[in-house]
Design a protein around this ligand. Structure first.
Ligand SMILES: C=CC1=C(C)c2cc3[nH]c(cc4nc(cc5[nH]c(cc1n2)c(C)c5CCC(=O)O)C(CCC(=O)O)=C4C)c(C)c3C=C
Ligand SMILES: [Fe+2]
Length: 488
């Protein structure tokens, strides 16, 4: 894996702590890495001492977020005073700037602050589903092929997207014919802009999606047009995964290193923020409130369901996702315990795709097991994402609810996604303000000659042989078995 394309991954590997493996537990333990928000901070700074600074971009961060910039350096030391407020005044989604403000006569000290929210994106209509899936499977951070086979990426993506599309379309049809992600993310962007303004920071907030409109590339073009002078990148995933935040950051890096303005722009990336007190408390608030809807709240099993990733991401590629997820759940349960709520809880992983092994235990299997063990009341808590989306609205609310009730669970509830919850958005605004002084210019080198796009003839040859090989692979026994079992 390209070290430059994975800011912070090496540090996460070193920061990883012991794992929690028990399926169900009382929240009487202390969290593996941290026993309080304060100690989370100490852990992070200590972990940074032995990091290879040449390949690492994580900064010493007193803010309970893991922050990096796009370059190869990181900044030590205390946070300085908050920055001056931006000078561009445009509303989210419009971002038409007043040229007279933007032009170069502006005072040297004037900052135009931008915040770029990164998200996955989703098909807006059923017609979009297959091309959206193509974009997703064409991402080398989603299907990780060994180097010699990377030329197969696009033909394979084409095949898998066509084969997966009918199943995905059914799901999107069941939730109204498209993903709500764009609308919700725009609302979050607007709410964040307002929260920043309330804290006396004017900023443009942009939305950049990885696999559908508005694409990250479009958002970056707008950032350029608006002549933003300092940028905070905020992925809307609380925990870091190579497949989500990592993938979006890789795209950003490749855009930034090709552009002289962008490569000089001070940027700070908030890589993960699941440890932030505001996020943890907001999640605990939602759980506490939802527990009250049960007749016997203390008997309810709190069931955290996270989006899975293939095991190889964690075990071979050093994805910190599972460690961060476990620590996140631990922090939420500690917060609940501090409020006198001591329910049993468990963590499982949902949404596996394809014939490889994913993080376990699997949500569907655990639900059946819990039903068999006599659990009668269960509160599902989606924990890897902060908007409603297909996997909450269809997979959890329909498929898993049905399975749970069939398995003997009698009382079912589900915590809503955080969305625009004000305590959460306010905390994101704090995260942005805290990370702003850490922004530094990107300094990654341009593409090497090997990485530069090939000439059209060799591209056509590769595509032809790639398609043939993908076709052969597709009919291999493992793939046939996967399709039979509806794994795609
Ligand atoms: C933390 C969140 C997510 C991780 C990690 C993640 C990894 C991951 N996902 C796929 C395959 C698919 N994901 C799909 C949709 C989807 N995924 C996430 C989040 C994470 N994915 C979200 C929020 C969404 C929904 C977007 C929406 O439209 O609402 C889909 C498409 C839907 C479907 O067909 O199920 C696929 C496919 C892989 C392979 C992967 C890790 C390698
Ligand atoms: Fe996904």
């Amino acid at each position: 894996m390209d070290a430059m394309a994975r800011p912070g991954v090496s540090s996460h590997m070193r920061l990883s702590g012991p794992r929690l493996r028990s399926l169900n537990h009382k929240s009487s333990m202390s969290c593996p890495q941290t026993s309080s928000f304060t100690s989370a901070r100490c852990q992070l700074s200590e972990g940074l001492q032995d990091i290879d600074k040449s390949s690492l971009v994580v900064s010493s961060d007193p803010t309970n977020t893991r922050t990096s910039n796009l370059g190869g350096s990181y900044i030590h030391g205390p946070i300085h005073n908050r920055n001056p407020v931006g000078q561009t005044f445009c509303s989210v989604g419009v971002c038409v700037h007043d040229g007279s403000v933007i032009e170069s006569h502006s005072h040297a000290k004037e900052e135009r602050v931008g915040v770029l929210l990164l998200n996955l994106g989703g098909p807006e209509t059923l017609h979009d589903v297959q091309p959206f899936l193509f974009n997703l499977f064409a991402d080398p951070d989603i299907i990780r092929l060994p180097r010699p086979f990377q030329f197969l990426q696009r033909p394979l993506a084409q095949l898998i997207s066509v084969l997966r599309a009918p199943k995905s379309k059914e799901g999107y049809a069941a939730i109204g014919g498209g993903s709500p992600l764009r609308k919700i993310t725009d609302e979050q962007a607007h709410a964040l802009k307002m929260a920043l303004e309330a804290k006396k920071m004017a900023a443009n907030v942009y939305v950049g999606m990885r696999y559908w409109y508005p694409f990250t590339e479009e958002a970056v073009q707008q950032i350029k047009k608006d002549r933003i002078t300092r940028l905070v990148v905020l992925p809307l995933y609380p925990q870091f995964s190579i497949s989500t935040t990592g993938s979006s950051i890789r795209v950003l890096q490749s855009i930034f290193r090709e552009d002289s303005y962008l490569s000089r722009l001070p940027v700070s990336i908030i890589e993960s923020w699941y440890q932030r007190e505001g996020y943890v408390k907001s999640m605990a608030d939602l759980i506490e409130k939802e527990l009250q809807s049960f007749s016997k709240p203390e008997e309810v099993m709190v069931f955290f369901s996270a989006h899975g990733v293939p095991v190889s991401y964690v075990e071979d590629a050093g994805d910190p996702y599972r460690d961060q997820m476990e620590e996140c759940i631990c922090l939420i349960m500690e917060e609940l315990k501090a409020r006198g709520i001591d329910n049993d809880h468990t963590l499982a992983y949902q949404s596996r795709v394809g014939p490889v092994k994913w993080l376990q235990p699997y949500t569907d299997e655990v639900l059946v097991e819990l039903g068999q063990k006599g659990v009668k009341s269960l509160l599902a808590v989606p924990v890897s994402f902060v908007s409603e989306h297909i996997e909450t609205l269809e997979e959890i609310d329909m498929e898993y609810k049905h399975l749970a009730l069939e398995s003997g669970i009698e009382n079912w509830g589900r915590v809503p996604a955080l969305g625009c919850t004000s305590s959460f958005i306010t905390d994101l605004a704090d995260a942005v303000i805290e990370s702003l002084p850490l922004a530094a210019a990107m300094s990654t080198p341009r593409k090497t000659s090997e990485e530069v796009d090939p000439d059209p003839v060799s591209y056509a040859i590769k595509m032809f042989f790639g398609s043939m090989l993908a076709f052969v692979l597709l009919f291999s026994p493992k793939m046939i078995l996967a399709f039979r079992n509806h794994l795609f």
